[in-house]
Design a protein around this ligand. Sequence first.
Ligand SMILES: Nc1nc2c(ncn2[C@@H]2O[C@H](COP(=O)(O)OP(=O)(O)OP(=O)(O)O)[C@@H](O)[C@H]2O)c(=O)[nH]1
Ligand SMILES: [Mg+2]
Length: 264
Amino acid sequence: MCGMCGCSEDVQDKKHHKNHTHDTFIAHHHGSELTEMVRIEQDILAKNNQFARKNKHFFHEKKILTVNMMSSPGSGKTTLLAKTISDMKDKITSAVIVGDQQTDHDAALLRACGTEAVQINTGKICHLDAHMIDHALEQLPTKERMILFIENIGNLVCPALFHLGEDYKIVILSVTEGDNKPLKYPEMFRSADLMILTKIDLLPYVKFDVDKCCEYARKIKPDLEILMLSAAQGHGLTQWYQWLTQKQRVYMTGSEPLVNHVET
Ligand SMILES: Nc1nc2c(ncn2[C@@H]2O[C@H](COP(=O)(O)OP(=O)(O)OP(=O)(O)O)[C@@H](O)[C@H]2O)c(=O)[nH]1
Ligand SMILES: [Mg+2]
């Protein structure tokens, strides 16, 4: 995780960060130094989980279904969200918290689709954490029974480790990224409840074995749900919308136990 260099402590503890560059990290892989790094990571994640529990409590009080969308940069998170929000505006009330290191491009684009959107700029930090979500919620007009989408920072590593208080974690993988990604980034695929294979309109033009990719993903997580779609061309969107509405129904009626990423 990026916490290895202490970057998730950047905001609170500049001095700590200054002493832990990636060059010196190699030297830290020894004895007590390594134990200390593991302890720091555990502290960071434990502190994060406290905020995740707080967020989760807030969401459950207001019956807000929360979905954390994670992927590499450019896999199509914002494009899929924009299409989803536009297509489902008569069926669901939604809002988005979107993370990027810089700019508010994605939030502006999503607002133009008619939803509330708060942009978090993380600077050097490469994932959203639960404390950031807690702050974003202060700015976001939330409504009971809405779906809150969280677009995480484009990164297949660190976002997998930070619970945000969400109900579902979704990993989006586009066919231009290669079919072996589940094996190379197992934590991300293990943490996910759903994998969306996207940009399938580009399959005729790229070397990508769909069966192999699904096999790899299920090797990492045997019960992983998988959907395939193209946000650009519209293929597979019906199944995605059904997945969302079914999860919302389950959430409202309490007819199935909820996924529990972080104990309440
Ligand atoms: N062909 C094709 N292109 C797509 C599809 N979905 C997204 N794109 C394109 O992929 C590029 C990146 O899409 P974004 O939605 O910005 O990706 P993102 O995951 O939000 O990117 P970051 O926020 O930077 O991580 C854009 O040029 C989109 O038009 C798709 O289904 N098919
Ligand atoms: Mg985006």
